[in-house]
Design a protein around this ligand. Structure first.
Ligand SMILES: [Zn+2]
Length: 291
């Protein structure tokens, strides 16, 4: 087993969260559906574990991708079955800490999504010096185009029929009542509740800080102490922050994110930001407004 980095975040703090994964899902939906699969390179035993090399290939060759889904940071693709009305296996694609999905068309055009190309690791996705092994998993279509998981850090995962039972509802789609019931309970800090993927799927460290700042709530507050009104405000802030990040291409585009640093000040009121560790993650907040 390769060790995961001690911190949950990449060195620049950018890790695929729900919005990044949604851009990858949308890229697959745009460009990879209904193309016949003629080859699969699943030889990276670490990324494709627990499958043996060739197992994913055998399961996919001859099929087509038929739909692309996402819940939180988990993404999976349906495949066509051997006969009408029977689906093939689903293919789970997890971007890990820096993965990017890139899909080329028969004409050589390219569609992609995931870790932003300007990110610390995504930047090399198309650079001349890129190494072939950074494509951890590839699917070749009959028309000559290719879908690849570009992942320099090798922390992505590819697997057949992924188990999604441990994931809570998707953070962008959850309704306000269910959100309030799931998040507004217990003695853990509210930020830790937001980050808990079984409570709610898709929120990472940056999106949590952005959302709590937008909602003017102290990340250290006990989740169970939040009023129904505060939980509604938090739900609305999460929805708005998530949609904005999807539209603008990632969580790094949030209003608050650039200020999360030493000597950073609140973009709204100008107060010096405070730093704390909440839910074992580095947390920044405005001590004047977030109460
Ligand atoms: Zn402020």
């Amino acid at each position: 087993m390769r060790e995961r980095p001690a911190s949950g975040a990449g060195q620049n703090g950018r890790v695929p969260e729900l919005p990044e994964v949604e851009t990858a899902r949308a890229a697959i939906e745009d460009a990879a559906l209904h193309r016949r699969i003629v080859d699969v390179d699943d030889s990276d035993e670490y990324v494709c574990r627990p499958h043996a090399p060739g197992q994913i290939r055998d399961a996919l060759v001859g099929r087509e991708f038929t739909a692309a889904h996402r819940r939180g940071k988990a993404m999976w693709v349906d495949t066509s079955g051997d006969e009408p009305g029977v689906d093939g296996p689903s293919l789970g694609l997890h971007l890990g800490m820096a993965g990017r999905i890139m899909i080329s068309g028969a004409d050589g055009g390219q569609v992609s999504g995931g870790d932003p190309p300007a990110g610390r690791y995504g930047i090399d996705a198309d650079a001349p010096g890129r190494k072939p092994e950074w494509d951890r998993f590839t699917v070749t279509f009959e028309d000559g185009g290719v879908l690849r998981l570009f992942d320099k850090r090798r922390l992505g995962r590819v697997r057949l029929d992924p188990d999604l039972d441990s994931l809570g509802p998707d953070a962008e789609q959850i309704g306000v009542e269910e959100f309030a019931d799931r998040v507004g309970r217990g003695t853990a800090p509210v930020k830790a509740r937001l980050l808990d993927q079984a409570t709610l799927a898709g929120v990472g460290n940056l999106l949590a800080d952005e959302t709590l700042w937008q909602a003017r709530l102290d990340p250290r507050r006990e989740a169970g102490s939040l009023s129904r009104k505060e939980l509604r405000t938090l739900h609305d802030a999460l929805g708005a922050a998530t949609r904005s990040a999807i539209d603008k291409g990632g969580v790094h585009t949030g209003e608050f994110i650039a200020s999360r640093k030493k000597a950073g000040v609140c973009p709204r009121c100008g107060a010096p930001l405070e730093r704390a560790t909440v839910g074992s993650r580095t947390t920044w907040f405005c001590p004047r407004e977030q109460v």
